[in-house]
Write a protein that binds this ligand. Structure first.
Ligand SMILES: Nc1nc2c(ncn2[C@@H]2O[C@H](COP(=O)(O)OP(=O)(O)OP(=O)(O)O)[C@@H](O)[C@H]2O)c(=O)[nH]1
Ligand SMILES: *[C@@H]1O[C@H](CO)[C@@H](O)[C@H](O)[C@H]1NC(C)=O
Ligand SMILES: *[C@@H]1O[C@H](CO)[C@@H](O)[C@H](O)[C@H]1NC(C)=O
Ligand SMILES: *[C@@H]1O[C@H](CO)[C@@H](O)[C@H](O)[C@H]1NC(C)=O
Ligand SMILES: [Mg+2]
Length: 256
């Protein structure tokens, strides 16, 4: 065989192998989630609780699932139930999954994977401690930004409840104020990100994961620019003031 024939045969063999691999991959993955690039391993209707460490997520999880205030320690693993009784526990017998993720920075990839793998998220509850000094909110804003970048990639986005926790405390800030600060901080972080992206554009391979658009690039960032609704609501598990959060959860169970 001449060299060119050998090359041709090799080329055809590679093409065939690639084709077989692609077909195998398609068959093994469940329904593809548009634009997310993850596998839909969790198709159950789901609510997610996330947010920074010490913001009251585990306390809220136990309140929603066991209706009591449970003393907690720093979480290292997600808590979840696949039989979450909706707060209203109305006629609908549909069973929901409720999963709560630890806030620690090093454990966040579990949360991001869950978001990617769950096409049927009805709502995401992002807990924020209302007593946090607004000057300390920039890390939380980055975290929320990273969540929204994922949720906004799907059609309609995923509605987000920013649960402003511990609001019985004298040092609690109003949800309106917290919203304003988070909006500003996300705006600042977004502009840093976009200047980074344009700097790195030269050697960028166009990977989807680098898609960082959030809101209207030309305007000051506002939650209203997003596909999904983002609601900031105060409350306190300690004082049993969780009605408005529970209403929010109930509303998302049907409106889908
Ligand atoms: N005052 C007050 N404290 C609360 C309330 N809810 C939670 N806490 C306290 O806040 C602290 C943190 O609550 P957790 O639920 O453990 O926080 P977390 O968000 O799960 O934190 P990580 O597990 O580290 O991610 C605990 O000491 C709780 O008792 C509340 O409504 N009021
Ligand atoms: C919640 O997670 C903690 C570990 O983070 C674990 O000790 C606890 O048993 C879990 N609770 C439930 C109800 O799953
Ligand atoms: C921008 O890129 C630099 C280095 O590539 C990195 O250290 C920095 O954290 C990035 N900034 C943001 C906001 O992502
Ligand atoms: C706490 O939140 C509830 C709503 O769940 C609200 O009615 C109440 O006014 C808030 N209290 C404070 C002090 O912000
Ligand atoms: Mg916890």
């Amino acid at each position: 065989m001449s060299l060119s024939n050998v090359l041709l045969v090799t080329f055809v063999a590679i093409l065939v192998a690639t084709g077989v691999l692609v077909i195998l991959q398609r068959q093994s993955s469940a329904v593809a989630i548009p634009l997310l690039g993850g596998k839909a391993t969790n198709k159950q209707p789901t609510y997610i609780i996330c947010g920074p460490s010490n913001s009251g997520k585990t306390v809220l999880f136990h309140h929603l699932t066991q209706h009591r205030f449970v003393p907690t320690v720093l979480s290292q693993e997600p808590n979840s139930t696949t039989k979450f009784p909706l707060p209203s526990s109305g006629a609908s017998v549909q069973e929901f999954k409720l999963v709560e993720f630890p806030g620690h920075n090093k454990l966040r990839s579990m949360l991001y994977d869950e978001i990617k793998q769950s096409p049927n998220i009805h709502g995401l509850i992002f807990c924020l401690d209302s007593t946090t000094d607004p000057k300390q909110l920039s890390e939380s804003a980055k975290f929320l930004y990273n969540v929204l970048v994922l949720t906004e990639r799907r059609p309609g986005g995923v509605d987000v409840l920013v649960a402003c926790t511990k609001n019985e405390s004298f040092s609690a800030r109003q949800p309106k104020k917290i919203r304003e600060v988070m909006e500003n901080e996300i705006g600042v972080y977004r502009s840093l990100q976009s200047s980074n992206v344009s700097k790195n554009d030269g050697d960028n391979d166009g990977d989807d994961d680098d898609e960082l658009d959030l809101g209207d690039a030309g305007a000051k960032f506002q939650f209203d620019q997003l596909e999904a609704n983002v609601d900031f609501i105060g409350g306190s598990v300690l004082k049993g003031k969780t009605d408005q959060w529970e209403c929010w959860i109930d509303e998302r169970s049907v409106n889908f």
